[in-house]
Design a protein around this ligand. Structure first.
Ligand SMILES: C[S@@+](CC[C@H](N)C(=O)[O-])C[C@H]1O[C@@H](n2cnc3c(N)ncnc32)[C@H](O)[C@@H]1O
Length: 321
């Protein structure tokens, strides 16, 4: 039997006070974000719930009910939140990097650490797409980005959403450019920057591929590239994004704006059932292998309190010394 040598890891955030999955099953997950608990659809929870429906209902502040467009392209996940208990429309959760010892966090001023470190304070809200403004499994990517970013690195975050990865790079002292095609999402990311006690991020509302092509023409080079592309999307001028058609072109274009040394790339994929090995091969083919360049890949997963593990996305990462 021929074996290939791949370094595949499974990563989950641990010891996160403001987030946990309590239970999962029957197509739903029961999660706590700070002080509030919600039940929302999770297509990967193919198993049965460990707790009873009555227990779920007793715990949850709100339940998301998918509408008629659920699962249909263009209308994905549109639905409504049924309020079971009083909760605010907007609230905050904090994330403190995995590398920080509890003692290091004792010297807080207004909730924001004075001595730097990876600290995010993210504003959450209930959206009609079942999302709340953060993908908690991404915390492992935030930790990795934080620990591989040096002060003064130029980092570009594409498909950057509400900015978790943007802020992680900023916490490490990078000059960060955040690109997303949706203006409201970029405004949300700006709020997260302010609440996290950070400033001075370059905000761009644009089509990600168009922006990269423009950066190639301008001769701009980045030390860090972060990409978390959806299956389908649109640029602000109607530019069409389709993952299976454009991903490799996007990565090849990105290879033209990454520094030859002291650089990293993080590719995260959560749709089309793509595997970690696929992400790994894509990254290696686009960025090439050379002395001092390391690749790793794996899955980001979350575990509920009954030890049922939900795989939520895959990643491949490149790091050049
Ligand atoms: C699911 S999010 C990525 C999650 C994010 N990286 C995080 O962990 O917080 C995908 C993002 O891609 C954006 N998007 C979709 N099509 C785009 C395009 N053509 N150019 C730029 N951004 C796009 C969406 O607005 C959305 O915010």
């Amino acid at each position: 039997m021929a074996q290939t040598n791949h370094n595949i890891s499974i990563e989950s955030p641990s010891g996160w006070k403001d987030y946990e999955i309590i239970d999962s099953g029957d197509g739903y997950k029961l999660e706590r974000f700070g002080g509030f608990i919600m039940s929302r659809p999770e297509p990967k929870a193919l198993w049965s719930k460990s707790m009873s429906d009555t227990e779920w209902k007793k715990l949850a502040h709100t339940v998301f009910h998918p509408g008629a467009g659920f699962g249909k392209a263009g209308k994905e996940d549109v639905g409504t939140w049924e309020m079971l208990k009083k909760m605010p429309e907007r609230w905050f959760i904090e994330y403190k990097g995995a590398d920080r010892q509890a003692s290091e966090w004792s010297a807080f001023r207004h909730g924001i650490p004075e001595s730097g470190g990876l600290f995010l304070k993210l504003r959450l809200g209930l959206t009609s797409f079942k999302h709340v403004g953060v993908f908690p499994e991404q915390a492992s990517n935030w930790d990795w980005i934080y620990s591989h970013t040096r002060k003064g690195f130029k980092v570009l975050n594409l498909f950057a959403y509400t900015g978790g990865a943007t802020l992680a790079a900023k916490c490490a002292g990078a000059d960060v450019t955040h690109v997303d095609s949706v203006k409201q999402v970029v405004s949300w990311a700006k709020e997260n920057m302010t609440s996290s006690g950070l400033d001075n991020i370059r905000w761009i509302v644009d089509d990600a591929l168009k922006f990269v092509k423009r950066e190639i023409r301008r001769g701009n080079v980045y030390n860090g590239l972060i990409l978390d592309p959806p299956a389908y999307g649109h640029g602000p001028d109607g530019e069409r994004w389709k993952l299976d058609e454009l991903l490799f072109e996007m990565l090849e274009e990105c290879s033209k704006i990454v520094a030859k040394e002291h650089s990293f790339v993080v590719l995260n994929l959560y749709s089309n059932g793509y595997s970690a090995l696929l992400a790994d091969t894509l990254l290696k083919k686009a960025f090439g292998e050379c002395e001092g360049r390391e690749y790793t890949c794996g899955e980001l997963a979350l575990e509920d309190k009954f030890k049922k593990v939900i795989p939520l996305s895959v990643f491949a990462r490149m790091f050049t010394k």
